[in-house]
Structure formats: C-alpha cells, structure tokens
Design a protein. Structure first.
Length: 300
C-alpha cells in the first residue's frame, strides 16, 4: 500500500513506513503468499499542493525499484491515484479498471477471523446475540458492521463522520457512542477499524471486552501491550492475519491467480488464526508473539 497522509515529522513518516512494511512481510508470510512486504508513504504537505505532481513522481520512483515493490491503496489514496501512478509503472496492484478496492475482501476475512475467535474463546459456533463495538465505519468497518448485523449481532459504533453513524443507526439499529468511549464499552468483541495504536497504556486498562479483533494495522501501540492483553485474558486476533483478506485479493489480481483460490485463502484466515490461538494457549504466550514467531519461521 501507499499512504498519502500528514505526518508531524519526517521521522514519523519513516517509522510508519517501516513498521507497516514489517507488518506486510509478516502478513504475506502468515497467509502463505509468495510475496515479501513493503509499504510507502507520501508525506502530505500542509496547505495547497499539486497532488498529481506528487503521484507522477511517486510512479516513477516505484518503477525505478523494478518490481521489488508493488504499490496499492492505503489510507489517503484512491483508485484514481493508482491509475495515475500506473501511467509510469506496471507495479500497481489496485486499479479502477478492475474495481480494485480490497475492502470487501478485508471485511470478509475479518468476519472469518471473528468467527474463529468466538468459537475458540467463547465456545460459540454462531455470532448471533453477541455484542460488538466497532471503532470506525469506513470502507472496512461499515461492511463488517453490515455482515455482523445480518448475523444477529448487537452493534455499538463510533466514528468522527456523523453521516456514517446515522446510516449505521438506521440500517443496523446500532448504538452510537463518542469516539473517546468506544473502547470502554462492555462487549464481547472490541473491533478497531480506524486507527493504529488504539491498544495503549491508557486504553488497555479501560477495555471491557473478551476479544479484540479489527481491521486496523498496528493496533498494539507497543509489543508489550500484546503481553498485557494476554495477562488480562483478552484474546487478541493478530491484526495482520485478521486483515489479510485485502492483500490476498490484491495479490490474486496482480499474480492473476483464480478468484476461487483467493476466496479459499480468505476462508483459511480462520484456520491460521486458530493455530495461533492454540499455540498461545499451550505455550502461555501472547498471540501477538506467537503470530510473529510463526511468520518468522515461515520467512526463515
Ligand atoms: P477508512 O479511511 O475508509 O475508514 C476509517 C474510518 O475511521 C473513517 O470512517 C474515519 O472517519 C474513522 N475514524 C477516524 N478517526 C476516528 C476515531 N478517532 N474514532 C473513530 N473513528 C475514526 O479506512 P479503511 O479502509 O476502512 O481501513 C480501516 C483500517 O483498516 C485502517 O487502519 C487500515 O490501514 C486498515 N486496513 C484496511 C484494509 C482495506 O482493505 N481497506 C486492509 C487492511 C487493513
């Protein structure tokens, strides 16, 4: 993916890109894709700027890497941006010509992962009657909410975008709470689908959930938050495995593999997570640590 967002400093941008790139490497390895991992960020300037000029320059830069980095959508980029980049390079995985929005596939993978977490932690084969708190009703969060609503889940939601909240109230009968309280809602699953770093020194003591499972990348502010979740008995469905459906879809488009294979790989997210949960329980170590170890074993 390529992010096009503002950063307080260049160091923050570099840190974000490196952390996300590591996540992509682990994600591709975890779900057995024949790819490594990379991520790019374009630092969005404050005030007026020529967006197209940035994207053209970026396209040339991606092309200079000769295929070692394949770009795609991420926060702050649209399919139309990818079309511009593709004027300079073939190394682009999402284009408007084939409806390259990965979000529906990401949401489907998250649903599979949530089903797996619920069966493992709560011993339930169905989601019906559970209460899930979703932070962020964007591309992924909204679709996830619609899938969960169809399965009889009670939803509490928050977003900074009021119209999305109103839609969720009307369509899913969701309860709306302020953005600074969504993580405190007593629920079965807290699903971060907006920002990274939402499990941090403050929120970790305020969670009232049994499972954390959402779309956002880098949900743990620091590695030790994985350990703290484990100690509290909260099952953490590792972000980069749970949200890998979008990468699986983008890879299938880029590598031209059959759609049926991509769908199977998305369904397999449930099994891959289950292996992490079982190993975490057996070894009494956090799921985040076990997932990293499995990815490192595969990479080795
Ligand atoms: P998006 O930008 O469409 O949605 C994010 C939503 O969060 C927006 O509705 C935004 O208004 C809301 N939001 C922003 N700040 C908030 C806050 N403080 N509290 C509550 N809501 C807030 O993004 P997306 O494509 O839905 O992705 C969501 C997350 O999942 C991101 O972290 C992204 O990196 C990750 N992810 C997305 C995909 C994908 O296929 N789109 C794949 C893997 C991971």
């Amino acid at each position: 993916g390529c992010r096009f967002i503002e950063y307080p400093t260049t160091n923050d941008a570099v840190y974000d890109a490196m952390r996300l790139a590591r996540g992509m490497s682990y994600k591709a390895a975890s779900v057995n894709l024949p790819l490594g991992g990379g991520k790019s960020v374009i630092i969005k300037p404050h005030g007026a700027y020529d967006r197209n000029a940035y994207l053209h320059a970026f396209g040339q830069f991606v092309n200079d890497l000769g295929g070692r980095y394949i770009t795609a959508l991420d926060s702050g980029t649209e399919l139309s941006d990818m079309d511009l980049i593709a004027e300079h390079t073939p190394y682009v995985a999402s284009l408007s010509s084939y409806n390259g929005d990965p979000s529906p596939y990401t949401a489907k993978g998250i649903l599979r992962g949530i089903e797996s977490a619920v069966e493992f932690k709560l011993g339930k084969a169905k989601l019906e009657g559970l209460h899930i708190a979703i932070q962020g009703l964007g591309h992924v969060g909204y679709l996830l909410a619609s899938y969960l609503h169809k399965r009889g889940v009670k939803l509490t939601v928050s977003d900074v975008n009021v119209s999305r909240l109103e839609r969720a109230q009307q369509e899913f009968g969701a309860t709306v709470v302020p953005t600074n309280t969504i993580h405190k809602v007593p629920c079965d699953i807290f699903s971060p689908c907006a920002l990274g770093g939402v499990i941090n020194d403050i929120t970790i003591n305020e969670l009232q959930t049994t499972i954390v499972a959402g779309a956002a990348n880098n949900q743990l502010a620091h590695t030790y938050h994985g350990e703290l979740l484990h100690k509290k008995g909260i099952l953490y469905a590792t972000d980069y495995i749970l949200n890998s459906g979008g990468l699986i879809f983008a890879a299938s488009k880029y590598l031209k593999t059959p759609e049926a294979l991509a769908n199977q790989q998305i369904d397999d997210i449930a099994e891959i997570l289950l292996e992490v949960f079982i190993r975490s329980q057996k070894e009494n170590r956090p799921t985040s640590e076990i997932a990293d170890r499995i990815a490192q074993e595969k990479l080795a």
